[in-house]
Each structure stands twice: as structure tokens, then as C-alpha cells.
Design a protein around this ligand. Sequence first.
Ligand SMILES: CSCC[C@H](NC=O)C(=O)O
Ligand SMILES: [Zn+2]
Ligand SMILES: [Zn+2]
Length: 420
Amino acid sequence: EDPLAILSRFQQYLRINTAHPNPNYYEAADFILSHAKSLSLESQTLEFVKGKPLILLKWPGKHTYLPSILLNSHTDVVPAEHHKWTHPPFDAHLDHNGLIYARGSQDMKCVGLQYLEAIRKLKSDGFEPARTVYLSFVPDEEIGGHDGAEKLADSETFKKMNVGIVLDEGLASPDENYRVFYGERCPWWLVIKATGAPGHGAKLYDNTAMENLLKSIESVRRFRAAQFDLVKAGLKAEGEVISVNMVFLKAGTPSPTGFVMNLQPSEAEAGFDIRVPPTVDQASLERRIAEEWAPASRNMTFEFKQKVSVYDKFGKPSLTVTDSSNPWWALLEGAVKKANRKLGKPEIFPASTDARYFREQGLPAIGFSPMANTPILLHDHNEFLNKDEYLEGIDAYKSIIKTYASFVEHTRDGASREEL
Ligand SMILES: CSCC[C@H](NC=O)C(=O)O
Ligand SMILES: [Zn+2]
Ligand SMILES: [Zn+2]
């Protein structure tokens, strides 16, 4: 097929404005459904929450008893500051260097459509899957996924799908190897609050709210620096340390001209975006927060706006095993190799994706977006993807989907289930 036709379908998807806070979900749904129809895939629109359609597509496999493959992607994108872009973020402009500029070109409309294009190619080759392949196009990932992937993973529909492996998004790779993720850090959004006696701005006294809060901030900063040093020294990867970033400070007594300057306030608070690797002992971080960052002895309290457990529902760290006990790894590696590409060392995703809802269920989930030789531009201005990288990604998925969908587990005596 003419690559321009393939690229023009990608551009069409990118031109649908699904940015928060008002994503045009129905237009995206119609677009995906029309593709599904042209590919003769079974389709279903699930609306767990009104106005937020989730599209589920099915390519039935020959062996319905085998666990299925789920290819997940989110249809929403983060907002863009239009005037700061070289090309408008929803034009999907293809420039003379072959770069397609658009919000969602990396995160992650590329992947959603690459799945479909790969299936289009496999179908035209006459390939028939042994395992059922599902595709989910979910809303709301960028705002937490609660009305999207989380509801899907908790649903009866999902149980019936008998999913055995999930593929979801990864990150672009500046070098020639694709990046691949076996887990992700858990978001803990912490608010700490200090109280203290108010008093005259000229008076030095102990236990003010500001002083109490500052002691905590100093303690958090020391911890942050120590974690960051491990990364700077090359001892740990970004996803292997706990990140803590202060995201707001709130204190002071407002006045018509700003803040009252000679009054020490009785309350002060700060917010932190903390990301916790699933390899971390959760209880010890909880103790640190309660004893060092917000100790009651210093008149401090704390609250989590969000706190995702590092453990799955069976109490195990929410990580997908990367050794030989998980055949999907070797299969992925082999399939990527067949497409003449290589995978980097498995990493922990530094932020959050919908994959956590599937790992939470105890399922293996792999984060992977086939973008090599590409700067990491997700959520940035001028997000772009090279057209050839996009097209090669389709071939990578073609190989992966073919490999995964043909995989028939072998029993210990070497006979496949099919033969038994
Ligand atoms: C934790 S809910 C928000 C999810 C968001 N995901 C992508 O950026 C993130 O901040 O990681
Ligand atoms: Zn994403
Ligand atoms: Zn994102």
C-alpha cells in the first residue's frame, strides 16, 4: 500500500482534538469504529461513564481456550499551548524533513493506529491468529484513567476476555534501541500541612507554621537530592529511584495588595508529586513521611490526594517478570529482532500509564512504543514523530502481533495444547 495513504490515516486521527479538558471522544470513537469496520473486526462501544466511550475491538483467534492478547492505547491527549508550537498541534503538519507535528504523535495516537495498520497488513497477508487479539481504545489516561482503563480492568467484560498479556505505551528512545517497560512508578500525591501560633512579623519565636513547614521541606530536599544523586552518578535509572517534587506552596494572609507582611500565618502547606518504584518497601517510605516529613510532634498533618499501592491485588510488587518464566518477553524480543530492531534493557516507567490497572490484576503488561532515534517529546511543545519511524513501527507491531497471536503454549512434555 502507498505509504502516503497510511500516513494520511495517521494524520486524520491526530487532527481529532481529544485534548483535555474537553476531548472530542465521539469523533475519535467514530474514526476507530470505521477502521474496525474496514478490517472486519468485531467492535463494541463501552460507556462506563457517559460521554467517555471506550472502544473494544476483537480479532477472534482459532483457539478460543487460549488466553488473549490485549493491545491498549488511550485516545485522549494533554492540552497544548498553540501559540508556542511551530505548527499547530492539531494540524498534523508533515514538514520537509518528514516530521509529523501533532499533540499525540508520540503519546499515543501513533501506537493505537499502528496496531490497526499492523492488523491491516497481517490480514492482507492472509494471517489467521491462533489467539484472540483485542484492542482497547480508552479515554482519560491523562487524567488518571479512572473512567477508562480502570473501569475496563474491573469489569465483567474484561474477565470474559481472558487476557493473558497486555501491551501498552512506552517512551520514545533517543538511541537506536526501542525502550521497553516492565513496571512503572506509583504516584503518591502528598499534601503536608503545618500549623503554629500566629504572631507579629517582627517577633522571633519557635514553632511557627512557616518554620515547621520549612523543616519538612528541608528534609524532603535532602531526600530528593540523595535520590537524584544516584541517577546522576549512573548508579540507578530514573525509574528506580523515588522522585519527589514540590508542586505547590500555600501560606500567608491575603490582603488587597498581596499578602499581609507583618503577620506570621497560623497555617502553611505544601504539595508534592512523589513517584515510588514498585521495588521499594512501601512501609518504610510511609514511616519517613509520618516521622520526618509531617511529624505530629511538629504540629503537622498530611493527606494523600492519590496513593497507588506498589503491590498488586495478590500483595506482590506490581511488576511484570522479565525472566524465562514469562514467555512474552522472549517472544517480544524475537519479534522485534525479526523486524530488524532491538530492545533496550527493560526499565521502570518513570510516570504512570494505564498498564498499572492490568498489572494490579496480576496480569503481565509491557510498556512499548516503537519510536527509536526520536527525542522524548510527550507533553512537550512541538511533539513530533518522523514518518519513517512511524511506518517502521507498524512493521514492528506486525511482527509482534503475528508472533504473539501464533504462540501456542507448550506443556512440559513438549506437546502443544493443540496436539493434546
Ligand atoms: C497518576 S494519574 C496521572 C497519569 C499521568 N500519566 C501520564 O503522564 C501521570 O502523571 O503520570
Ligand atoms: Zn500516554
Ligand atoms: Zn501522556
